[in-house]
Design a protein around this ligand. Sequence first.
Ligand code: HEC
Length: 121
Amino acid sequence: MGYSASLYQVPAEDSAILPYDKPRAAEGRLVWQRYNCQSCHQLYGLGGYLGPDLTNVYSAPGKGEAWIRAVTASGNTLMPKYNFTEQEMEDLLVFLRATDHSGKADPRSFDILPNGMTRQK
Ligand code: HEC
């Protein structure tokens, strides 16, 4: 019961103050699925392991939007290049921004609290 009570003290995210557009993030998720990025990349540590985890690529130092645009447009030795429409690219960026906002992928960045919850270091 104490545990349930503690869960209710964590405020639900207010969608009015999210720093991204939710419907567009949903569109971006469809782009992510349509082009099967998940077969090589992980989000939150889950997915294929050929490429790196992209949960926080949006805010990673030296990466972010320009980097994501450049990599997807040019591809590399292991990754195909994509000819996204501008709409697809924009939606995908909103999706990756939303994913980045939702948490950190690296479990080492968390402490486990005595009550079983986690807290970002
Ligand atoms: C066939 C496997 C494959 C697919 C499919 C794939 N990627 Fe990649 N991607 C890679 C690999 C491998 C790398 C790392 C290459 C390197 O470091 O040289 C990479 C790198 C990236 C990077 C740079 C990451 C970083 O931290 O620098 C981004 C962004 C990216 N991919 C986005 C995407 C998106 C978006 C899709 C789907 C539209 C996608 N990839 C589909 C294999 C793939």
